[in-house]
Design a protein around this ligand. Structure first.
Ligand SMILES: [Zn+2]
Length: 204
């Protein structure tokens, strides 16, 4: 039976690397995965999923109004799909998460959604909220704070290095303005160590 999987993590945890690896694994076994990523603008078209380790994958894009059930059903008429892989699933709308559930239940195609759980304010994204409600399997991919603890908060960092906790949920900008932190350092507003961490050098 097909399942709806939700794999979430904080930023910079290697989600895209895992997504691209999963896609590769399906291809290697002669199966047909179908990858989708949110459109930067409002058009349906082609996009690229890029991982920081240097891997890239071409993918179709979706906008907030895209009917994912209709798109995937149409794609199936061209060739049978063995899995649908969704990038940046936090940007899915409530309707789109329900559409993906129908892909699993009615088309019997597994769906794996990768994304963030909470925003820089510490609140659930719409897509994360409904995936947590509807997914058959939920898995957390681990990320690490500068202190070594598990990082599950996403901090927005101002140019002055301060943790920002208010503002619009989505702001177009570079990855360098966000860091993943443990809860303690997120709440203390410490995006970085107060003093550079001492590096122990063994004498030879
Ligand atoms: Zn920490």
């Amino acid at each position: 039976m097909a399942s709806l999987h939700y794999k979430f993590a904080a930023m910079n945890s290697g989600k895209s690397t895992q997504l691209i690896q999963a896609h590769f694994n399906y291809c290697e076994r002669g199966m047909t995965p179908y990858a989708m990523t949110p459109a930067i603008d409002d058009r349906f078209g082609f996009g690229v999923i890029a991982a920081r380790v240097g891997l890239e994958l071409r993918a179709d894009t979706f906008a907030p109004h895209t009917d994912l059930f209709a798109v995937i059903q149409q794609k199936c008429l061209q060739q049978p799909l063995h899995v649908c892989i969704i990038d940046e699933a936090q940007f899915l709308t409530r309707e789109q998460v329900y559409q993906l559930a129908r892909v699993v239940d009615e088309l019997e195609i597994p769906v794996i959604a990768y994304g963030l759980k909470s925003d820089f304010r510490g609140e659930l994204f719409e897509g994360a909220y409904h995936l947590l409600c509807l997914a058959d399997k939920v898995e957390e991919l681990k990320s690490v704070c500068w202190c070594g603890s598990k990082a599950h908060m996403n901090a927005r960092v101002s140019p002055a290095g301060e943790v920002v906790r208010e503002g619009e949920q989505v702001e177009i900008g570079g990855n360098d303005r966000y860091v993943s932190l443990c809860r303690k350092h997120y709440l203390q507003g410490m995006a970085f160590p107060a003093q550079p961490m001492a590096v122990k050098v063994e004498s030879v």
